[in-house]
Design a protein around this ligand. Sequence first.
Ligand SMILES: *Cc1c(COP(=O)(O)O)cnc(C)c1O
Length: 464
Amino acid sequence: MCPYTKKFRIAAGPLNGKLIQMPNSTNLFARAQTVIPGGVNSPVRAFKGVGGTPIFIHKGNGPHLFDVNGNQYIDYVGSWGPLILGHAHPVVIEAIQEAIHRGLGFGAPTEIEVEMAEFITKVMPSIEQIRMVNSGTEAGQSAIRLARGYTQRNKILKFNGCYHGHSDSLLMKGGSGLLTFGIPDSPGVPEEFVRQTLIAPFNDIEAVRTIFKEFGHEIAGVIVEPIAANMNCVLPLPSFLSQLRAICDRYQSLLIFDEVITGFRVGLGGAQALYEVTPDLTCLGKIIGGGLPVGAFGGRREIMEFLSPKGPVYQAGTLSGNPIALTAGLTTLKLLKQLNPYEELAEKTLEFTQELKVLGELYGIPLFAQSVGSLFGIYFTERDSITCYEHVADCNIDQFKQFFHGMLQKGIYLAPSAFEVGFISTAHTNSILDSTLETVERVFKIGLKKNFSELDLLTRNNIF
Ligand SMILES: *Cc1c(COP(=O)(O)O)cnc(C)c1O
């Protein structure tokens, strides 16, 4: 146990019935709420989806997180996807340490940008040219601007429940009915933008056909998460993606795969290699930054050459291609190529979800679970398949909340929302996964009725 952990474990414990005020999650969150909207820099972190107080992280190591109270957790979030090698992988950390001595960035070309582009274009052949940005949001926003500029059309088709970052044109959700314009997911998104974004249910190729019949020649592109991993974990039905490809070809619209999560997660070639469907443009992020802020978009050369300075579509970034961020990213990608952990990760993750289902059955808790690669989804539902947003939305969210808090109190950190996917890293050994399943069993044994979220951090410490 590190001295920090020891100090805080003692300091945060009850002393003559009183809690000594040290920087713990509860008082950090109170301070944060005064100076940061909602106390967080990205909404899901605030635990609104599950209730209670977010834990503030002190450090991560391999599969583990340590909070500022000194509690240790097995982490199934992995910084929302980037950390496929676990926290603070020594090879990645060493590469960054070596790179920082040469300076933190120059706003001028560097060799590592060329290496990164060469690496990605080699393992993802649909990408002939690529441009680096600083987030997945930027990648999505830039890809659709490029699609619009290239096709000289304005409309974009996206799918209900898919997330492509928070840019105006993409922050839409489906309304009711089959054929629909999006409705803004946020005030501040102008109606004019909404009219340019069409929405279809995920996996509903007939809805796509109907929309294309009416608007096909106005649609610049279809943007889709080939595996929907922002509404928990929803796999494409067989041939959904290839049929999208065919429709786009017929109407000369671009097919844009948002592989910000799936890129380098389900295999080196991403979901496009897994399902053997070739998009025109691909968005990347998360893993390609190895934990630092990196995004990218790339695709067919003739489309990418429409970008400034070669072409007319403007796109830029002061910190784009930052050498430290790319060092973290490229080191991660090279390690993935060298280790080729994908088959083992997929097997482990599949087994994990199967065991979860067995435990659900054993304790009479209706539960469905599924996985692809090292992504997994857990759903409290009687259903035995989950194929669209509506299926996820009508799961038992209250049971998820109880499950989440029960697991958290026993040292397992799951994403704090029933709509988020789970991530397993190469640092999640079989014994880590087994001990997680044992914890699931302990929580199921207690049952999901007890209101775990009412227990405070002090109680949580005592449970360990
Ligand atoms: C996370 C994510 C984004 C947005 O990336 P940020 O880096 O958070 O801006 C876009 N698309 C998908 C599929 C994502 O999962």
